[in-house]
Design a protein around this ligand. Structure first.
Ligand SMILES: Nc1ncnc2c1ncn2[C@@H]1O[C@H](COP(=O)(O)OP(=O)(O)OP(=O)(O)O)[C@@H](O)[C@H]1O
Length: 301
């Protein structure tokens, strides 16, 4: 399967009752024991109540290979709760591979082999008893190209809830659209096709769709790179606002964007090495590593 096939395979609704547009999947009520009854994530405690711990995702000794090629090498990272964490680095350094490891999207790539641990609230996502479908209900994803379904604006936002057999109310739809800073622009045309929206509006709709099911973490792979400067600016403002409620992890090619909107920045360099991970200000003003300084100052990449 090619890299592009991953997105294609996960953005369209399928009839297994699981996939929710932008890669979110669910089997119903979230993190209850599933399948053979193996306990998964603790769902009796809501994410809002679990905020007492500072980190939400811990990555330990992560190595990823595509066939013989190593794409990530011994990556260790602690992703803080309710902050924006940006991944930057030159093309091919493994940023998207890393992001996809956080919700097991790489499971869909036949050639990919993953070693190491990714802990969500202390549970290894790669544990034998973890259902990736349940996991993707907790970790949503927004892609580079806005990918609304050919349905109404309302039905796009409702999609994930319906897949999970959850109640859909006008209030829930309104709340998600407001949270995605789209409500004022669409409140009078909720039953019109989502495909009639502009690219920037479509991307905010995809964000509304992702947050309607109330995930813990939102992964974003270059969410503004297909948009014009005005639409990009709206998405950037929105990402900063979302971090009040959610943990956001974003891949961006745009260093200024990472500097503007993120709290933490991870710099990957060629060979899938995470060279530095720190507060964004530190990375951009006084990085520890010469290679990071060279990259930030545009000497390569
Ligand atoms: N499905 C795949 N099959 C084989 N190799 C892959 C696949 N996806 C990525 N790779 C390889 O893994 C390495 C890391 O790719 P990845 O897309 O994660 O990098 P990136 O930093 O996100 O790049 P870009 O900024 O260009 O999107 C590259 O060498 C790439 O060719």
């Amino acid at each position: 399967m090619s890299k592009n096939d991953i997105d294609d395979a996960t953005v369209q609704p399928v009839d297994d009752g699981g996939t929710v547009g932008d890669g979110q999947q669910s089997t119903g009520e979230g993190q209850r024991p599933t399948g053979d009854g193996a306990p998964q994530f603790d769902t009796n405690v809501s994410y809002r109540e679990r905020r007492s711990t500072p980190s939400v995702v811990e990555v330990r000794d992560l190595n990823v290979y595509y066939g013989d090629e190593q794409a990530l090498e011994n990556v260790e990272m602690t992703i803080p709760r309710q902050q924006v964490t940006a991944m930057i680095g030159p093309s091919g350094c493994g940023k998207s591979t890393f992001l996809r490891c956080l919700n097991r999207m790489n499971d869909l790539v036949e050639a990919a082999r993953i070693e190491g641990e990714v802990l969500l609230e202390g549970t290894n996502l790669y544990g034998d008893d973890v259902d990736p479908v349940v996991l993707r209900r907790r970790i949503g994803m927004v892609f580079q190209q806005p990918n609304p379904f050919p349905k109404s604006i309302y039905d796009n936002v409702a999609f994930g809830l319906r897949v999970q057999n959850k109640t859909v109310t006008d209030e829930i739809i309104e709340r998600a659209l407001k949270r995605a800073a789209l409500w004022d622009e669409v409140k009078d045309k909720l039953h019109r096709s989502a495909l009639d929206l502009s690219g920037g509006q479509q991307q905010r709709l995809c964000i509304a769709r992702a947050i309607a099911v109330d995930p813990d973490v939102i992964l974003m792979d270059e969410p503004a790179s297909a948009l014009d400067p005005v639409a990009t600016s709206k998405i950037e403002d929105l990402i900063e606002a979302l971090a009040e409620d959610y943990t956001v992890v974003i891949v961006t090619h745009n260093m200024q964007q990472a500097a503007r909107i993120s709290d933490k920045t991870a710099v990957f360099l060629t060979g899938g090495e995470l060279v530095e991970f720190d507060d964004t200000n530190k990375i951009f003003e006084n990085p520890e590593h010469d290679r990071v300084e060279d990259y930030i100052s545009g000497k390569f990449g």
